[in-house]
Write a protein that binds this ligand. Sequence first.
Ligand SMILES: Nc1ncnc2c1ncn2[C@@H]1O[C@H](COP(=O)(O)OP(=O)(O)OP(=O)(O)O)[C@@H](O)[C@H]1O
Length: 584
Amino acid sequence: MKLFTRLLSWLAPFAWQIVLATLLGCIMIASNVALLSMAAYLIAAAAITSLLMLLTVPIAIVRFVGVVRPFSRYAERLVSHHITFRLLARLRVWVYTRLEPLAPAHLLRYRSGDILTRLLADIDELQNIYLRILSPLIVASMICLLTFALFSLFSLLLAWVALAFLLIAGVSGPLLAWFLSRKLGKQQLTLRALQKAQLVDGIQGIQDILAYGQSTAYEQNIRAVDAALGRVQARLAQISGLQEALNDFLMNLALWVILVLAIPLVASGAINAVYLGFLGLLILASFEALQPLAQAFQFLGHSLAAGKRLFEIADAEPPVVETKEPLPIEDAPTGYCLEVEHVEFSYSHNDKDVVLDDICLRLQPGQRVAIVGPSGAGKSTLVSLLLRFWDPTHGLIRLNGKDIRTYALEDLRALIGVVMQDTYLWHHTLRSNLLLARSGASDSELMQVLEQAQLREFVNQLPQGLDTLIGEQGLRLSGGERQRLAVARALLKNAPILILDEVTANLDYLTEQKLLDALDMLMRERTTLLITHRLRAMERMDEILVFDSGHIKERGTHSQLLAANGLYRRMFELQNGILTFSEV
Ligand SMILES: Nc1ncnc2c1ncn2[C@@H]1O[C@H](COP(=O)(O)OP(=O)(O)OP(=O)(O)O)[C@@H](O)[C@H]1O
């Protein structure tokens, strides 16, 4: 109920349009009731009366409601769909804005296909609540009252009987549909989300599935989910059929009962015989108002489950809470200083899973610091903390002397140009992928950063140059080209702090050397943190931190670390192939 009222609260800004849609819905059904019952009256009256003049008014009413019905139907659909689509668009934007602060920490718990289903299908599902439940419920109530009023003009007994049938059909059909399908709705949504997640995974991982010969097994998984979904849908269709049959049965039974009760009243002269057909068709036409209800309640479980899934993700506590009164980041013409003080971090907030422990480092303006170390040592995790994707479990990170939590996230991130290990590239042109960093950049600025990232020659030889489509996740580019494009994007951002996470990992020796030379120039004007496995050009670094299992094992300059004869020296010698066999 809480969930239902929360979903309904989204309708508040559309109150007047809802009143209009409901009014139009009432007019539409009422005109149908009038059309059928007046038509019955006309036929009976025409058979009895010899004076056709007396039928002028009923004929005019039939003509009038015949025209009103399609117009009111059209207008009602227009208004109600307008409300619904605007509402769904608002909801979609709201959920997306709630998703942003959750990224990436919280969203890693979900599969991309599942998030996509929540944003698209689950939100679409909510239209049932707005289009098929709220307005039809009000319209049905109004029509029941109207029918009762019309019957009571002839006989109170008939009025109560008609109302009783309408109530039984209006309550039992929807209740039965809701009761039988309440679990199925949730199952259908879960299976649909699973199906989408499976398909997204299958498409993204298609190369590996083929390479490992798993396509048959994968197809079987997809078929199994598809079959389960089919079974749920078949069951829902059966319930729909059952409910429609019940509705038809009650409608026809109501007609018979009304006729059986009305005939003696006609015979006794309490009701004029000309109205017998009118009464019969009045009850039949009134049932039209109930038709949407059962289907709506069949989908109620669905819609509520969709709302629950949506709010579950939208209400999640963001891992990083932005301060309500952020301090402005003061301009620092001489550059920005980042300090990491005794930082400890674990993804699970469990002391046993500490990924970073007692990390201290100072990145002074214009300084270049490298973090090196074995895989899984926590290097990229530190970058995530600097960007505030997560906050340290203990310790502090300062920017120009102040805790980074005192600044707005957007301001902090605007100062940092970052090339992540797994930078995402859009299925778009080279140009739009670059413009993400600075939307107003000119083509000559784009070519300049491409030059610095050692990619200009490559782009020049493409027939469509900057307008070349690079495919999903940039897959039409080689690993090295993707990485250089990511570097170019970070350079275009022209941020005073530069974080480069494994930027040369996929490059051949020559290109790596050229890129490092180009970066060397750029690093002079910026505060730079370089994360790398490859110990090249390390002599250019002001300080090198050697991470091992979340700790800083060694620190110093290249020559100091070589002299220390520790982990760094072993890594350096292994990479340069100068370790003697006995030392290995
Ligand atoms: N989102 C996450 N949730 C839980 N654990 C994570 C997450 N990301 C990384 N880890 C774990 O944290 C540890 C450090 O990972 P991190 O990516 O920081 O290492 P790294 O030094 O950058 O490694 P590499 O050089 O291979 O990129 C690893 O044990 C990893 O499994």
